[in-house]
Design a protein around this ligand. Structure first.
Ligand SMILES: C[C@@H](N)C(=O)N[C@H](C)C(=O)O
Ligand SMILES: [Zn+2]
Length: 235
């Protein structure tokens, strides 16, 4: 359980709609489909209606500052089966990176790796009270693309299991490019928050609107005006 799972969900029934990809940049082929994730008859490039509207607003804010820049959509709607696939994939990758194989893992090694995986991935829970954020259609993973069409270097790749994923990692870092990376992360944060999103405190790229994490973060910064979640798990 994460603290945001205490937030009640009052599903509003808003539809999942296609993101107008022509307004954004997009990873192609989709990064998880490339790894073998199966979306069945669904597409990762779907979000709830209001979330799409807010994403367009964020793109418009970005264009006021950088007319030719685009928000790049890395991932959006994610069925629970895909959440499970990515959690299993990330575990296997982490085992491999440590020069180990699944069969030889000690209970301690296994625990350490699962902890690292769940530091950045939500549990693929089927419990309606604890849906993975992306399975609600309210969460989106994004980065920036500049006027020459290049992905802006944010100091770490999306989905990296390390401290560099923390949004403020470069705020007090000695790294020679730290100031640049931090400013770029702040730019992404600013346009997304101005459009109504909240940012995952553990990941510079993950934003949501209307889900439990969003409500919890709103309530942390403004306890007087308490809000609940309006998007639950989609079936
Ligand atoms: C790991 C990243 N792609 C992500 O989406 N993390 C959040 C917490 C999630 O799994 O919902
Ligand atoms: Zn995410």
């Amino acid at each position: 359980m994460r603290p945001y799972h205490q937030i009640p969900i009052f599903e509003c029934g808003e539809p999942l709609v296609a993101i107008p990809l022509e307004l954004f940049a997009v990873e192609s082929p989709h990064p998880y489909e490339k790894l073998g994730a199966n979306y069945g008859d669904r597409s990762p490039y779907y979000l709830r209606q209001s979330v799409v509207e807010n994403l367009i607003t964020a793109q418009n804010y970005l264009e006021l500052l950088h007319p030719q820049w685009r928000i790049q959509i890395f991932d959006a709607y994610r069925p629970i089966a895909v959440q499970q696939f990515m959690v299993d994939y990330s575990f296997a990758q982490a085992v491999q990176e440590r020069g180990l194989t699944g069969v030889e893992l000690s209970p301690n090694q296994s625990q350490e790796i699962w902890q690292a995986v769940y530091e950045i991935w939500a549990v693929p829970s089927f419990d309606e009270k604890t849906p993975p954020p992306h399975s609600t259609g309210a969460a989106v993973d994004v980065t920036l693309v500049d006027d020459s069409g290049e992905i802006v270097n944010m100091g770490s790749p999306i989905d990296e299991m390390s401290g560099r994923s923390h949004p403020d990692y470069y705020a007090n870092s000695e790294h020679p490019e730290a100031g640049k990376y931090h400013t770029r992360r702040q730019l992404l944060r600013d346009v997304m928050l101005k459009a109504g999103f909240q940012r995952n405190p553990r990941e510079w790229w993950h934003f949501s609107y209307g889900d439990q994490m969003w409500a919890w973060l709103n309530n942390q910064s403004n306890p007087v005006n308490s809000v609940t979640a309006r998007y639950g798990r989609l079936v």
